[in-house]
Write a protein that binds this ligand. Structure first.
Ligand code: ATP
Length: 432
């Protein structure tokens, strides 16, 4: 068990590729932290820097009170499990799990007993004498986890350990990993791009994009109160509806959100009106999950949007409807993205020699200044590629069964909406 502090950690790969960008984060002793983000956002690189398998270009990695930035992997008290746990092919399951104990000088009998006990917890007690090639993918991952945990590491790192397993096995092993790490109270960092794994396993989730953390909080915090439009779009199925709108302040300081051809009003009791009434005319993005909408009758006084049902999908428990309302829908992957993650220009040689560490720190700063402007971009309307006229996606009861082309009236529950500025950052956050 140990706390971890990442202090301004950056990684620049040769070729000026800024993979992790000045990232700071505290992970508490015994916490289960999930690093969540799309492919290529720097999750694995960050994990490998914590493990000591990748050199840090700038910044520090602390284990408790020890600055571990320069420590060799074996001196960090960490154990890591990869996508496909690499096992020793010529050793049995038991021999694989007990091997780290033997290396540490424990006698064979005691090491074998510990390994067998751990194998029982991991539900592989019945295959102790089998060779890795005869195991299923799920069993192999269990052996890899057993071998990583057998020496009781201070820090347990897992890099997409379930990605090669089928759905049933994934759910089963996911629950076991959650239970086991909590029983052992080991500080755990778990990398995934699967939001279900993140939401179900994490004490806290750090959502990464382009080498940075966009939001960090408990699963309910990042889901219900996302910091950015990207985070809102990354979590939740169906994806949140992000609608381009203009703030309109009407008589008596009432605030409405104008979607072009239609608009909705915030009730005067909504505390966010107090913030938005100072932003008359501002372009914003309104985020509403599919569950924030409900079908209403034409004459219902609720805040209404009207559209045409374009498609209707039966999903078992509920149905998903696609409704054309003539509203501009914003793509969460594009909004707020200021930087190409890949800065493909020739690097001067800053990788070795005396003083390399200081030079690389200032090199990272220069690189960032070049690709991430220090001041936010001017308050322009949303850039065209990030939005287009598309459908609103909403959930309906499974038996709703409406014919295509039906004119529908949708009430929008404004207590469930989030409002972002044109760069994708929340403007209506009261506090977290
Ligand atoms: N050894 C390397 N040399 C150059 N670039 C690298 C190297 N390793 C990773 N990268 C790049 O750094 C960026 C971050 O990669 P990383 O593997 O950390 O992302 P990730 O979020 O873990 O993605 P995935 O989920 O696909 O594994 C990517 O653009 C990747 O191509």
């Amino acid at each position: 068990m140990t706390a971890i502090r990442l202090d301004g950690v950056s990684k620049v790969f040769e070729g000026e590729h800024l993979a992790v960008d000045d990232l700071s984060l505290d992970i508490a002793d015994g916490e289960f932290l999930v690093l969540l983000g799309p492919s290529g956002c720097g999750k694995t690189t960050l994990l490998r820097m914590i493990a000591g398998l990748e050199r840090v270009t700038a910044g520090d990695v602390w284990f408790g009170r020890t600055n571990g930035t320069q420590l060799a992997p074996r001196d960090r008290g960490v154990a890591m499990v990869f996508q496909t746990g690499a096992l020793y092919p010529n050793r049995t399951v038991q021999e694989n799990i007990m091997f780290p104990l033997q290396i540490a000088g424990q006698d064979d009998a005691a090491a074998g007993e510990t390994a067998a006990g751990l194998a029982d917890i991991l539900s592989i007690g019945s295959v102790l004498d089998r060779m890795p090639r005869t195991l299923s993918g799920g069993q192999r991952q269990r052996v890899a986890i057993g071998r990583a945990l057998v020496r009781r590491p201070d820090v347990f790192l897992l890099d997409e350990p379930l990605s090669n397993l089928d759905a049933t096995m994934r759910t089963e092993l996911r629950q076991e990993i959650g239970a086991m790490t909590r029983d052992l109270n080991v500080t755990t960092i778990y990398v995934t791009h699967d939001q279900v794994e993140a939401l179900t396993l994490a004490d806290r989730i750090a959502v990464m994009r382009d080498g940075r953390i966009e939001d960090v909080g408990t699963p309910t915090q990042v889901y219900n109160d996302p910091a950015t439009a990207f985070v809102a779009g990354f979590l939740g199925t169906p994806r949140i509806n992000l609608m381009a709108a203009t703030v309109q302040v009407t008589a008596h300081h009432r605030v409405a959100l104008d979607f072009g051809t239609q608009s909705i009003a915030l009730p005067p009791t909504d505390r966010r009106s107090l913030i938005l009434r100072h932003h008359d005319g501002a372009r914003v993005i309104v985020g509403a999950r599919s569950s924030a909408f409900s079908l209403v009758k034409d004459d219902d006084p609720a805040n209404q949007l009207t559209g045409t049902l374009r498609a209707f999908e039966f999903h078992g428990q509920q149905s998903i409807a696609f409704v054309q309302c003539g509203i501009e829908i914003v793509d969460p992957d594009k909004v707020g993205r200021v930087v190409p993650a890949h800065a493909q220009q020739a690097a001067d040689s800053v990788w070795s020699g005396p003083g390399a560490r200081d030079r690389t720190a200032s090199f990272v700063a220069k690189l960032r200044a070049r690709f991430r402007p220090p001041t936010p971009p001017p308050a322009e309307p949303l850039s065209p590629p990030s939005h287009r006229r598309a459908d609103l996606v909403l959930e309906l009861p499974a038996d709703a069964d409406l014919p295509r082309g039906t004119r529908v009236h949708l009430a929008l529950d404004t207590t469930q909406i989030h409002i972002f500025d044109h760069t994708g950052h929340r403007v209506d956050r009261i506090n977290r």
